[in-house]
Design a protein around this ligand. Sequence first.
Ligand code: F6R
Length: 595
Amino acid sequence: MCGIVGYIGERAAQPVLINCLKRLEYRGYDSCGIALLGGYTEIYKDAVRIEALEKSLQPNDSVIGIGHTRWATHGKPSEVNAHPHSDCSGKIAVVHNGVIENYMQLREQLTGEGHVFSSETDTEVIPHLIEKYYDRNLEQAVSRALNEITGSYAFITIHADSGELILSRKDSPLIIGIGDGEYFVASDVPAVLDYTDRVIYLEDGDLAAITKQGISITNNNERVTRVEDRVPWTVEEAQKAGYEHFMIKEIHEQPKVIRNTFAGHISALESEVELGLKNKEMGFSNILILACGTSYHAALIGKHVIQKLTQVPVTVDIASEFNYSESVLGNTLVMVITQSGETADCMKALKKAKELGCYTLVITNVVGSSAARIADDVLYIKAGPEISVAATKSFVAQLVMLYLFALSRSSIDVRSRASLIAELRQLPNKIHEILNREEDIAEQGRYLAGYENAFFVARGISYPVALEGALKVKEIAYIHAEGYAAGELKHGPFALLTPETPVIAIATRDNTYETILANIKEIKARESPVVAIAEDGDDEIGKYVDAVIRIPSVDPLFAPTTAVVALHLLAYYTAKERGCSIDMPRNLAKSVTVE
Ligand code: F6R
């Protein structure tokens, strides 16, 4: 998704902006640009990578500027559609994330008043509206412009006659990084980590004016103060640390991440889980979990776990679909799982759940994210910054948090709970064992890379793992892959099984094992090659499949956590063999802030 940055201080703004933009590259983009303030406003932008833009720039000693990485929504990637956008005078520059819903109407109206537009974007109406209202006070002009805009936005603007940054947000994240006599603005914390870990998270409706002397923030024309926070992430965590890609680094971080996730939540006697929720006495008759993409797959596994350990009925919905349901929720806990805490579909669902009067709990990775701030309660998975577009370590951390949640409310006896907690504590070691077998999995990845279609199948609690395996192969290796409940293949997809359609079958030894073996035999009878994900010590499976990826045995409840690590590695090596852009897959973005 688009990223925005801004700088005001004593140093040359240009290299700072370029560096901040590079830290946002992982979000996915197709164009980029910067605007610098001297006695006039200079804009440099194009549909190119940041390195190319950087090479085209001459040194510049301006100390105020803004920058943008664009992920096209309105109008194709091109120089003219890239941000920053300007007004007729060329004095104003604006970078914007979000969608201005009434831009067509505003554009028509402004055109009638003599404004000339050059791009196809919705954003361009913002500088023209500001120009319309500008009377030597930029903040006031922005405030008046905002009254006419509907939609979502986080934007920064500068004006050649005014030495300040003016910014505002609504339904799109925006933070201010605080340095020593300097300020950094960004849509995402990693952008500013090289310079500061002191940040202010702006709230919806905030309008901020930043000069070298300080920040003033208003909301609804009232002066407000926003507290300064410390970011719990380090610069090193947001770097590749010698790995070829962020994705493989993040897969390797999983044992450490799991330990972080459960740190502080397990009692000294190892038999109780304490999550520190605000409302500990929550007695809900049912739970609804909402999420998108990979987080949705974690939610589907969470459903099995919570129902098994607490007996409370759980339903799961895709966040964007919940927004269309005519829900009567009653005494329901609504849990939203979102790594970024910024996904627009999740935010809309969360707001709807709150409007329906439900108690809301967010499971997220990002402290201070929009979801964390509006939910009634929040659980942080503490996975550290996840830079690769494809979610891996956050998925495993979400699962661990769901296990902890279920254990904290479980109706099982103390001894069984203690034994599950002991097993949970072993997960980092089990994942280490899988990482030690990386080369075997890489070999299967190189094999899968030769095909254009594949199925991932499983049953029961592992079915969402099949969905996740297929999603990863689609998104980073560009192979058409379908995740299927193994029992459903014969109800249609069997027609697609040929020697050219490999099937990856998750066959861990739980109550579905015998049936999935039968399914594997049916698949083999249709001549599809089968690769099984199976446990150590399973001597049976090798007789029926073409290859086996081995994972260590764990309690069936935890099997998704180990199986998925094998599948994430499989997807990584498949994509690598195919020469794909692993950390930044085409057309995708890390934090999806549009509906
Ligand atoms: C896939 C992936 C996406 C995200 C989805 C939700 O690898 O990362 O499917 O899971 O966009 O994102 P969050 O969890 O940030 O709401």
